[in-house]
Write a protein that binds this ligand. Structure first.
Ligand code: XMP
Length: 467
């Protein structure tokens, strides 16, 4: 009986065990459409969401991701008021990328040239030391003046700008006046930022609600009724945030709070076919599943508690249950995704979206400090069930329940990677290439056409960050 239990152990492959079998491709990567559903009613342009972790997802991350066509899930390691403030900042952010890109009139010519060349623009706003917009500098004028050692003031042209309240006009002005850049100012002409033409006219378009505001989701505990009710007023989707939602107490709590949720309700985390069945039998409102258990890079559940389901296997199991039960809701693959290749594999295994912690934790927009050690820069990243993260949770939110006494996460440093605006487009290019190899022109096509091949079974469970 017990020996048989071991002999009959489930064989669950993971990201690094499998590859996609190539197939006849008829589309260029530029023609591949990655439109997908985050939840029943929330459509994204790219299959990427951020993990609701306090070192990853606050407003900066969520704004950047929504601008790129994905979505951020705001963490709950804060008071309800703080979480709502973060959500409000995302909802009130302009739906265009605004960069800090400007020159001062006092800047030397060679520096101005360098800035324009780095940004690959032919013009840029110029501001005074008090921060007011004073003019524009053009590349051609600069080339001439640098030769003749003329100061920038001598070659300033009239300022071009848009008021933050009329930001919708930026596209028209940039297009009609053939500008590469446009300053954004407030009513006192104080510089706020710069819109760059190519940021507006790219393949990656923002995820917006019906009123043209950026989309954002929020993590909650199903036991925190008060937070669920309050956050539901502001966020576009609610994502439950428990390591093991397939648990009787959690299901009872969900049953009682589901009616309070007016937005989409994504349930997680789960990792098995049976979890979907039990949730479907007990919960009426299900708008998506967040799937993964023990697969995260900062996760120690497998070592501490002995439980683990490789994310790829969990996704496929949950997706089968969703299809068998006719639920028609998306599956979010969460944990252990460390490359564009893993995202493609997760999609091929039935996911609609990849949730990223590690891959985003090293970016400028991640909500944690950068740390310099020697010549290298790192960002701090920690599991939400790590000691320090749990301590913070109980300090800031007296309603949170300490259900378990064991730490199931670690903290550490990840290498600094630059901006999400660089990292995510690179991932998306890789994902599109993957779909191309699999002969798929969109995610649905990938679900239907893709096939996996197994190479060796390495038996490890993927990345661990360095302490
Ligand atoms: P990656 O691999 O992207 O995983 O860094 C992020 C996901 O890991 C989960 N998570 C945890 N899991 N202990 C865990 O067992 C933790 O402390 C912890 N913190 C986050 C979560 O699902 C996240 O999206």
């Amino acid at each position: 009986m017990f020996r048989r239990k071991i002999e009959e152990a489930v064989k669950a492959l993971q990201f690094r065990d499998l590859y996609l079998l190539p197939s006849l491709s008829s589309k260029d990567p530029s023609e591949i459409d990655l439109t997908t559903n985050f939840s029943r009613n929330i459509v994204l342009k790219i299959p990427i969401a951020s993990s609701p972790m306090d070192t990853v997802s606050e407003d900066e991350m969520s704004i950047a991701l929504a601008l790129l066509g994905g979505i951020g899930v705001i963490h709950r390691n804060n008071s309800i008021e703080e979480q709502i403030e973060i959500i409000k900042r995302v909802k009130s952010a302009p739906p265009v990328r605004i960069r800090e890109a400007y020159l001062y009139t006092s800047d030397p010519c060679h520096r101005a040239l360098e800035v324009l060349e780095d940004l690959e623009v032919r013009d840029l706003p110029v501001i005074s030391l008090e921060g007011r917009i004073v003019g524009m500098i053009y590349y051609n004028d600069l080339i001439r003046s640098c030769k003749e050692y003329i100061s920038l003031e001598k070659i300033l042209r009239p300022p071009r700008y848009v008021n933050i309240k009329n930001i919708g006009e930026a596209r028209k002005i940039l297009f009609e006046e053939r500008l590469d850049s446009l300053a954004v100012v407030n009513q006192d002409l104080v510089y706020i930022g710069t819109i760059i033409y190519r940021d507006l006219f790219t393949d990656l378009q923002p995820s917006l609600d019906d009123e043209g505001r950026l989309l954002v989701a929020a993590a909650v505990s199903p036991f925190d009724r008060n937070r669920v009710i309050k956050v539901d007023r502001y966020a576009d989707a609610i994502v439950t945030d428990l390591a093991h939602l397939h648990n009787k107490n959690a299901i009872d709590a969900l049953r009682s709070i589901q009616k309070e949720v007016s937005k989409d309700l994504v349930l997680g985390n789960i990792a098995t076919y049976e979890a979907v069945k039990d949730l479907a039998e007990n919960i009426e409102k299900i708008d998506g599943f967040r799937v993964g258990l023990g697969g995260g890079s900062i996760c120690t559940t497998p070592e501490q508690a002995g439980a683990y389901v490789p994310t790829l296997y969990a996704v496929a199991s949950v997706r089968d249950a969703v299809d068998d039960l006719g639920l028609r809701v998306p599956v979010i693959a969460d944990g252990g995704i460390r490359s564009g290749a893993d995202i493609v594999k997760a999609l091929a295994a039935g996911a609609s979206v990849a949730m990223l912690g590690y891959l985003l934790a090293g970016t400028d927009e991640a909500s944690s400090p950068a740390i310099r050690i020697g010549s290298k820069i790192y960002k701090y990243y920690r599991g939400m069930a790590s000691k320090s993260s749990m301590e913070r949770r109980f300090a800031v939110d007296r309603y949170s329940r300490r259900a378990k006494r064991v730490e199931e996460g670690i903290e550490g440093l990840v290498e600094y990677k630059g901006s999400v605006f660089k990292v995510v487009p690179e991932l998306i290019e890789a994902v599109k290439a993957g779909l191309g190899y699999a002969g798929a022109s969109n995610i649905r096509d990938l679900w239907e056409k893709s096939r996996f091949l197994v190479t060796t079974e390495r038996g490890d469970r993927g990345l661990k960050i360095e302490l």
